[in-house]
Design a protein. Structure first.
Length: 392
């Protein structure tokens, strides 16, 4: 195992009607003028936004609102939010929604509190020195952004999708009511479950440092998400299944499942970022579409981990060679994706990529990781292109 730092300062308030506590929490963390940042119409149609503003009105907390956060959140809206916060004297951010609203709010917080162009942080040119304090009312279990240090933004010019991580961007509090996820389309629920699993697997398939307790927690989390994802296919209103998935989403990306290893592989995410940037696909679906091709490309270089995954997570019988067991594990996970109606290749994702598109994505991915990245197997541009081609 390797040395590690584990930092999770976010206060979690979990369960039914917990959104009613939002005003008290904002006051607890010093907020006096709030930007409520949210996505599309679902927050409005469900009445959640109205309930939040009514609560703040009753508590005497001033606020302004900014909607419009979309999947693969746009830099242009971040710029708009920065300008609005500065104009209105906002001192606290409240993201109401899923990962897109949270990630966009984090970027706004960096932009308000740091000089220069906020994109510099996502373009790896410099590091943030502060962020406006942020609270979250979570409506989608997926990205784990409510407890993580990371956010992902898409720059429309050039269709560049990049992530940035900083402890300054960690939320002060996260309100998690599983009932708020019940209005999600089935496809988005499945995308969220996939993203949660991928956050865990990115840290699991490594060649550097392992701890039995970390591995066991990661494997248990994966089994739990799979079990409850299939329950939600049959009964989307199952509160307990929603709760299991929602809490798993936070634990999958707050650092817990990476304690003691080398930080993870992350190449499935990096490859998907290029898919999301160019084709604007749902993040979880993009991950499912690329994972099998990535796994088959790297598994021989990380064989003990793939064997363990096959047996401990996918329930493969430990009979045959290690390679046979590993491949059965990959096939079993793809079968699970199919059962929850997730794609396992670009064609099923609805992406008809040309050779030129694949080469462009591979090149942009290589640039984004400074030439090479990966723990299961170190990947360079030629490797990235080979995985993209195999995923068609």
């Amino acid at each position: 195992m390797f040395n590690f730092n584990y930092y999770t300062p976010t206060k979690v308030i979990f369960g039914r009607k917990t959104e009613e506590k939002v005003a008290d929490l904002i006051k607890e963390f010093g907020g006096t003028k709030v930007l409520i940042h949210y996505g599309g119409g679902s927050v409005v149609r469900s009445g959640l936004l109205q309930r939040v503003t009514d609560t703040l009105d009753k508590a005497g907390i001033a606020y302004v609102t900014l909607g419009g956060a979309v999947p693969n959140p746009h830099l242009s809206l971040v710029y708009e939010g920065i300008e609005l916060c500065r104009k209105e004297g906002v001192d606290f951010l409240l993201a109401v929604g899923g990962g897109s609203a949270i990630d966009s709010a984090k970027a706004i917080g960096y932009g308000v509190t740091n000089e220069g162009d906020v994109w510099d942080f996502y373009d790896y040119k410099r590091q943030a020195k502060a962020c406006l304090p942020l609270g979250v009312i979570l409506t989608i279990a997926a990205t784990g952004s409510e407890m993580s240090d990371s956010s992902v933004i898409t720059k429309e010019d050039g269709l560049v999708k990049r992530g940035y991580s900083s402890d300054f961007g960690r939320a002060k509090f996260a309100i998690m009511n599983p009932e708020l996820t019940m209005t999600l389309p089935d496809y988005q629920t499945a995308c969220g479950c996939t993203d949660i699993m991928m956050h865990t697997m990115e840290r699991y398939f490594t060649n550097g440092g392992n701890m039995e307790i970390t591995d066991s927690m990661a494997e248990g989390l994966l089994r739990t998400v799979m079990t409850n994802a299939e329950i939600l296919v049959k009964n989307p209103k199952d509160y307990d299944a929603r709760a299991e998935v929602m809490w798993a989403g936070s634990l999958s990306h707050n650092g817990l499942t990476g304690c003691g290893n080398d930080g993870g592989d992350w190449m499935t995410h990096k490859l998907e970022h290029e898919l999301g940037g160019l084709y604007d696909v749902a993040h979880g679906a993009g991950l499912a579409a690329i994972w099998g091709s990535w796994a088959r490309y790297v598994y021989k270089d990380c064989l003990p981990r793939f064997r363990r995954f096959a047996i401990n997570v996918m329930g493969v019988e430990p009979a045959g060679s290690d390679e046979e067991i590993a491949l059965k594990g990959i096939e079993a996970l793809e079968a699970f994706f199919r059962r929850i109606n997730m794609p396992i290749n670009l064609r099923e994702l609805g992406v008809n990529a040309t050779d030129e598109d694949l080469a462009l994505m591979a090149h942009k991915c290589a640039v984004g990781v400074n030439g090479a990245k990966g723990s299961a197997k170190l990947l360079r541009e030629a490797d990235m292109l080979a995985i993209f081609k195999a995923s068609r």
